[in-house]
Design a protein around this ligand. Structure first.
Ligand code: SF4
Length: 290
């Protein structure tokens, strides 16, 4: 009798423990869900016609810090035409909840106008090309179409609703970044050679640049340095870091733009000029001191 009472007591104790444990676990999961909620993509109403795609994106940037800068849409349409479309575009880097309106190009119209979209799948990928982080959202064609059609909130409204500061960001036409190559050019009669300053075959090309060109021929006259009156950054910086790498005492690259440091030295005009020339989008401007 006593033994069975003890066994029953132990069983009740274990059951109570189990229930309390499960309740605690679900509470914990709930808390985690609140703290580290899933990334959320919201399709927004574009205020521009044509190829523009507007969306808002929210993720736990404290848990998963990333510099988000790319949007990609993929259509998988095995029963229609075209069977596949992929459009992607970069935009200004974002490090927290944001909304943007991006010109996706003519491929976006092709994607939206695909035949048999009802049987297709669409994947929306929001990613960071700098950190290798990506968030993917798969949805059936009809759902994507409905979300696009039902979208009422604009980028601005999304920003206001999420208490985001800063102006609405819109991506213009793609920027062509010039490619600078020093790799194997064909020299008539000599075959492939490196187009570098020390190669006499390319001496003329590097005339006046100084540096290693000395080995290509007679020494060039040193370019005199000069002071700068003012240096500034115009809108359009793509935060590539080139200027800061060249002259960090003057340029400071932030999350989404570059600024001129307070009390930046302005006596080395040649380095500022070098940074301006290295800027792929040519937004560094300066005036020489008279
Ligand atoms: S080089 Fe130009 S684009 Fe790159 S960070 Fe500096 S200002 Fe921005």
């Amino acid at each position: 009798m006593t033994t069975s009472l003890i066994a029953m007591g132990v069983a009740i104790f274990l059951v109570i423990n189990l229930v309390v444990g499960l309740a605690g676990l679900s509470l914990l999961i709930g808390t985690f869900e609140t703290l580290f909620g899933k990334p959320k993509l919201t399709l927004l109403r574009s205020t521009q016609s044509g190829n523009f795609f507007a969306f808002g994106f929210k993720w736990n940037s404290a848990k998963e810090p990333a510099r988000i800068d790319n949007i990609k849409l993929r259509l998988f349409n095995p029963f229609g035409t075209p069977t596949q479309v992929e459009v992607k575009k970069p935009f200004e880097t974002k490090t927290g909840t944001f909304a943007v309106e991006v010109d996706m190009g003519p491929g976006f119209i092709e994607l939206l106008g695909a035949k048999n979209l009802d049987l297709a799948m669409i994947q929306v990928e929001v990613s960071s090309t700098k950190d290798g982080v990506s968030f993917q959202f798969d949805m059936k064609g009809p759902k994507f179409k409905k979300l696009m059609t039902d979208a009422q909130m604009t980028v601005e409204e999304y920003q206001t609703g999420n208490k985001l500061n800063g102006p609405t960001k819109t991506m213009g036409p793609p920027i062509d970044i010039p490619v600078r190559s020093f790799i194997a050019d064909v020299v008539p009669g000599k075959g492939v050679q490196l187009a570098i300053p020390t190669n006499p075959a390319f001496a003329a090309q590097f005339a006046g640049m100084g540096g290693g060109a000395a080995a290509a021929g007679p020494a060039k006259e040193a370019v005199p340095n000069f002071p700068i009156a003012k240096v500034w950054i115009e809108p359009g910086c793509i935060v590539c870091n080139a200027c800061e790498d060249i002259y960090k005492e003057v340029f400071e690259v932030l999350a989404d733009t570059c600024i001129i440091r307070l009390n930046a030295p302005l006596d080395d005009g040649l380095r500022i000029q070098e940074a301006a020339e290295a800027c792929p989008v040519e937004v560094i401007k300066y005036t020489k001191a008279s």
